[in-house]
Design a protein around this ligand. Structure first.
Ligand code: FAD
Length: 388
């Protein structure tokens, strides 16, 4: 649908989904935009609590397409956003499969476009010293790296403010407002104030589903909890080391503050509760499994101690593809949600796409828009197409 720059827009959520959309709307000349964020700072919830890895090896063609677009924007950010790259160039090793299993869906496309190449055993030992792997095949992604999520959040916020977007921090949306004919025409804040809007963008992360369901818009996303761990600093670690992600063994790690940040790939359904939406703190069983996992995968670093552990929310879909687009059932409602484990890797490309869809400056790719649509079939999914 075509919305001119004068359209009055309210965005719910100041995570990466909402802020990147606000920034890209500002770039397109939209001036009557208000972003409402419940916390007193943007990037307080999932967008500030993740592993910050730029990865595009994913089976969903739509997610892959958008993460590759974002990779280019993070390495060379637009001038209005930031003058320095927002991702380092340390590179990523992905381990998966064995010699009998077929190649992953992403492999042909990402090899062909130069995003990755196979690594031999010697190269792997050099990039992942001492790592006990499960995946037999190793792939090197030289343009992946660690995203500076603090600078990404600050740059988006500053640039968005400069473009005249109003950021309403510390304000919570209680419900979407719907007129007599079922059209969303604003939001009601806690305390009763109403903000009128021609279009409401639902970018509320783990809370998007409940806000949408209350006005009859079912959402295919599901909030899930995942833990992350950081060890105390350790001299034997190389701070420049690549990121290692073993898909076959559900384990990844990378350098962080002199120690290692790592994840054992846990995932439980959860309700977004607690301070800043933290899903009720950490689970001692997962913490114990993480200690064991680390000792098994990096036995040479046998006495690494944990410095920090936390759990955060990933809102996932069956097909690992985010939900982006006008809701076909509830006019006036636009979704940017269910970013799964890819939100930071999608960030700028996703915001840009959402803003171009709102402005009616269509992507030129109806298949891509259909895959992202709120009512797209998310089951029995076969990735049949690549968007390169
Ligand atoms: C453990 C973990 C590791 C991850 N690692 C990576 C990674 O390495 N690479 C990667 O690309 N991605 C990663 N992710 C995924 C990434 O963090 C998420 O996809 C992304 O942060 C989601 O962004 P969001 O804006 O949708 O949600 P959020 O960041 O949660 O933002 C939603 C915002 O909406 C606000 N809000 C909600 N309800 C209301 C309301 N009623 N009124 C006002 N405001 C409201 C919330 O306060 C919140 O700030 C990881 C996630 C987790 C949990």
């Amino acid at each position: 649908m075509d919305h001119p720059p004068g359209t009055k827009i309210v965005i719910i959520g100041g995570g990466v989904a909402g802020l990147a959309t606000a920034w890209a709307l500002g770039q397109r000349g939209f001036r009557d935009v208000t972003l409402v964020e419940r916390e007193t700072k943007c990037f307080s919830v999932s967008s500030g609590q993740n592993a910050a890895i730029l990865r595009h090896a994913t089976d969903s063609p739509a997610t892959r397409h958008l993460t590759r677009r974002t990779r280019d924007l993070l390495h060379r950010p637009p001038g209005d956003l930031c003058e320095q790259p927002l991702v380092d160039g340390r590179g990523l090793v992905v381990l998966e499969g064995n010699q009998e299993t077929p190649l992953p869906w992403w492999a042909d496309e990402l090899i062909a476009d130069g995003s990755c190449r196979a690594l031999d055993g010697a190269e792997l030992r050099e990039k992942a010293p001492g790592f006990v792997r499960e995946g037999a095949r190793a792939w090197w992604f030289p343009h992946s790296g660690t995203i500076d999520i603090v600078r990404l959040g600050k740059s988006l916020e500053q640039s968005t403010r400069k473009k005249g977007v109003n950021l309403l921090l510390g304000a919570s949306v209680q419900q979407l407002q719907v007129d007599g004919s079922g059209v969303v025409n604003g939001v009601k804040l806690e305390g009763g104030k109403v903000l009128d809007a021609d279009l409401v963008v639902l970018a509320a992360g783990a809370w998007a589903g409940s806000l949408g369901a209350a006005v009859g818009a079912e959402f295919p996303g599901r909030p899930t909890r995942r833990h992350l761990f950081v060890t105390k600093p350790e001299q034997r670690l190389d701070p420049q080391q690549a990121i290692i992600w073993d898909d076959a063994g559900s384990f990844y790690y990378r350098p962080e503050a002199g120690g290692l940040l790592f994840c054992i790939g846990d995932q439980d359904d959860c309700l977004p509760t607690g301070a800043s939406g933290a899903p009720n703190g950490t689970d001692p069983l997962v913490v114990r499994a993480a200690r064991r996992g680390l000792a098994r995968r990096l036995p040479d670093l046998n006495n690494l101690e944990l410095a920090r552990a936390w759990a955060a929310i990933r809102t996932v879909t069956e097909d690992d593809t985010p939900v982006v687009g006008m809701d076909p059932r509830v006019p006036g409602l636009f979704w940017v949600a269910a970013l799964g484990g890819h939100g930071m890797s999608l960030s700028l490309g996703l915001g840009d796409l959402a803003a171009s869809m709102i402005g009616g400056d269509l992507t030129g790719d109806p298949d891509l828009e259909a895959a992202l649509a709120p009512d797209a079939p998310r089951r029995d999914w076969i990735p049949q197409r690549n968007w390169s």
